[in-house]
Design a protein around this ligand. Structure first.
Ligand code: SF4
Length: 220
């Protein structure tokens, strides 16, 4: 949880700076090893925490915090990168044509329904510009994602696009090289594949996603 503490410390220092402080004797947020800051131990409470989160600058321009949804006991978890405008406005994850594509993949390839899997994003707040997708925001927000994984305990994680794979594993291999490879971790297997929004622009790659997800059936 050091990332979360560092983000809180940074936020407090920015607040003091905005108030006109150049130097401060005030002891801002301190890390208490005896009493560490904890994320909630239920999806409902974690969602509440995220909904009130101001740990990074993306909180300034969001309309809604887009938390994960679906079955809290899902065997399969999908992880996208970040909410889009339509999702920010309507307060739900994976809407629009990308959302329809993901639903079709779940229903037609995995032969299950959207509410039987768990769908989430690496970032919970919509960036307005690509400049807003900072390392700080991604590293801070991934604490929520890791807690969602810990609580849902999926057996298979399908990462959609490059960022979720990179931030989940720390491996920066290009997606086109790693997609479809089964990455075995202690508690789950990761299958990296393309993001549905990317497929809308590159429909010829749908067959690759189909092949990647065929492996889910073998793993179950
Ligand atoms: S993107 Fe994540 S860390 Fe940043 S404000 Fe939203 S919930 Fe908090």
């Amino acid at each position: 949880m050091k990332n979360l503490h560092n983000a809180l410390l940074l936020k407090q220092l920015y607040q003091l700076k905005a108030l006109g402080y150049q130097y401060t004797n005030t002891k801002p947020f301190s890390y208490d090893e005896q009493k560490p800051l904890e994320l909630a131990n239920s999806i409902e409470n974690l969602k509440y925490q995220a909904t009130h989160c101001h740990l990074c600058s993306l909180s300034k321009n969001r309309t809604n915090v887009i938390f994960g949804e679906g079955s809290e006991k899902a065997t399969i978890m999908f992880i996208g990168d970040m909410p889009l405008e339509i999702e920010d406005k309507q307060g739900k994850i994976f809407l629009g044509r990308g959302g329809e594509m993901l639903t079709a993949i779940i229903e037609k390839v995995l032969k299950t329904s959207r509410n039987k899997v768990y769908i989430t994003n690496l970032l919970k707040c919509k960036p307005s510009t690509s400049q807003e997708i900072t390392e700080t925001a991604l590293h801070t927000c991934k604490a929520y994602l890791f807690k969602e994984i810990q609580l849902v305990k999926p057996k298979i994680i399908i990462t959609l696009g490059e960022k979720p794979y990179h931030y989940l594993t720390g491996d920066t291999t290009a997606l086109k090289k790693i997609r479809g490879v089964l990455i075995k971790k202690k508690n789950y297997t990761i299958i990296p594949t393309y993001h549905p929004t990317f497929l809308l622009k590159n429909p010829s790659l749908k067959k690759d996603v189909f092949l990647d997800l065929q492996q889910v059936k073998m793993l179950l």
